[in-house]
Write a new protein. Structure first.
Length: 514
């Protein structure tokens, strides 16, 4: 087996954190902005977000949810109405206190002391409070329910430790907010949204996830129940990839969201909220990336096929380019996974090999090269990004085929790449969930540092609350562990809780997380 020379300078096995940053840079996805914790999302990175947004928005609207928009500035008093909610976000809030700047006479601008706001404004960390005000105005009767809203927006949470896409002070997301007549309808919506996230993650992003309920200590501030989808990254850490919250009537009481029921009585609405953010791009990188850069699942790739003409400043260049333009036209009218194929003809100046490796690092699913010989034989040279290398020869695994075969087979090819990436990630995840751990000593030994990427463990517990749960959380924290969720499809409990020694009632996943 020949040695492969990869496109990145750092390998996942050697330094996963450095590799992650290297992929973002090499794939030209984003860059630092000059403001701590804020990033510039470049066209390829934003193109992936646009695809996720498009596919998610279709799913949201298919459920009868309507998009709207609410202000980025929220009066501080809105948060003060809900003590638990504000406590959960207080340390992360960015606050506007002045509305004008003046010169200090030394060439600097400072807030004008005379322009202090009567009430500080919080830069939106989430919108439950301001949307609650709107719901209280919009809902009068049971006929106004259910109220199903969503907004695509940016939010600000002043993070102490930041990492591009995964944890930034400003990020992009969607947040759904709904109001219902009763608990049952609100819970149904909570689980509908969770299932929507599972489907979007697995079917669109090829991210295998585990859906389940968060423990009491991990609930959204003010929620009655919080549910999540958890994805495993290649280093074995968990990424909370989407959350759905059943809020009961807590926010309804705080905001006065009431309705007159069918018997004429005044009732408080049951509400939900649910969200998914640009951290999903980080999840795509850490799930599908390899030592050559990013690999983008075709469903979310801004360009699914990239054609690179091999031009050499020779007379036949015009014919090669015309051949590629016809190939582009033929591919662009094909459909794959219910959408037209997104294909780009890369005519930018530069050597074909350099452009090829640029697209390899970006993770375009299919890369096609065409030179004079290919044109003369009516063929193309194609690369599947998910299977880049011939491991026997150590060379790029080009597939040479007739142009007509390439065109007619593009639908099946893209669908197979999507399936292949999901199956690879699912097999890796399943191989790295350890079961049968029955004591805290075993947990400590499992995460003692002997395993480079230890993955998760599934254990049984008695679902403790209050002070007992706090002790469990502190014990896990000593090993940098957290409870990820209670998988909704887990086998029934049949043993003792490893934390309390009492009869277990359910199974939980434990791991390290981003």
């Amino acid at each position: 087996m020949s040695q492969i020379r990869h496109a990145l300078d750092v390998k996942r096995e050697d330094d996963f954190s450095h590799w992650y940053q290297e992929v973002i840079s090499a794939a030209d996805m984003a860059e630092e902005s000059g403001v701590r914790g804020c990033m510039v999302i470049k066209p390829w990175g934003y193109g992936i977000w646009e695809r996720i947004q498009r596919l998610m928005d279709d799913r949201i609207k298919a459920a009868g949810v309507q998009n709207c928009y609410f202000p980025i500035f929220i009066p501080l008093k809105n948060f003060e109405r809900e003590a638990e909610h504000v406590e959960g976000f207080a340390k992360e809030m960015a606050v506007v206190t002045h509305h004008r700047l003046i010169s200090d006479g030394k060439g600097r601008l400072i807030p004008d002391p005379e322009a202090k706001l009567e009430e500080p404004l919080v830069v939106r960390p989430t919108s439950e409070t301001i949307i609650g005000d709107a719901m209280a105005r919009w809902i009068q009767s049971w006929r106004d329910l259910p109220l199903l809203t969503n907004q695509w927006a940016n939010v600000v949470r002043w993070e102490m430790r930041t990492r591009m896409f995964l944890r930034t002070s400003e990020f992009l997301w969607q947040e759904g907010h709904t109001a219902h007549e009763n608990r049952e309808q609100a819970l149904e919506e909570t689980h509908r949204a969770l299932e929507m996230y599972r489907a979007c993650a697995e079917e669109d992003m090829a991210l295998p996830v585990i859906a389940g309920e968060k423990p009491e200590n991990e609930r959204f501030p003010g929620a009655v129940e919080t549910w999540s989808i958890e994805a495993m990254m290649q280093d074995g850490k968990a990424l909370q990839a989407g959350t759905s919250h059943f809020l009961g009537t807590n926010f309804a009481h705080a905001a006065g969201i009431k309705y007159q029921d069918r018997e004429g009585r005044e009732q408080f609405c049951h509400t939900t909220s649910w969200g998914m953010s640009t951290r999903m791009i980080g999840g795509v990188i850490m799930t599908h990336g390899d030592d050559d850069g990013l690999r983008v699942p075709p469903r979310i790739a801004p360009q699914q096929v990239v054609i690179i003409p091999m031009l050499r400043d020779k007379p036949e260049d015009a014919d090669v380019l015309a051949y590629c333009e016809e190939l582009h036209r033929q591919l662009a009218v094909q459909h794959s996974m219910d959408e037209p194929v997104r294909v780009l003809l890369d005519k930018k100046p530069g050597q074909a090999a350099a452009k090829r490796w640029g697209w390899v690092r970006k993770g375009a699913p299919v890369i096609i090269e065409v030179g004079p010989r290919d044109m003369a034989e009516g063929k193309v040279a194609m690369i599947r990004r998910d299977r880049l290398w011939n491991t026997e020869t150590g060379k790029v695994a080009f597939q040479f085929m007739a142009r007509e075969e390439c065109v007619s087979g593009i639908d099946a090819l893209l669908a197979d790449i999507q399936k292949s990436l999901f199956e690879e990630a699912a097999a890796r995840r399943d191989a790295n969930i350890t079961r049968g751990v029955t004591s805290l000593d075993e947990v400590a030994a499992f995460y003692d540092g002997s395993r480079k990427f230890p993955g998760w463990i599934e254990v049984q517990w008695s679902k403790p609350t209050g002070a007992v749960l706090e002790k469990v959380v502190e014990t896990l924290k000593e090993h940098k562990l957290t409870i990820r969720n209670v998988p909704r499809d887990a086998a029934p409990a049949d043993d003792k809780c490893i934390f309390t020694g009492e009869a277990a009632v359910e199974r939980i996943l434990i791991g390290r997380a981003y």
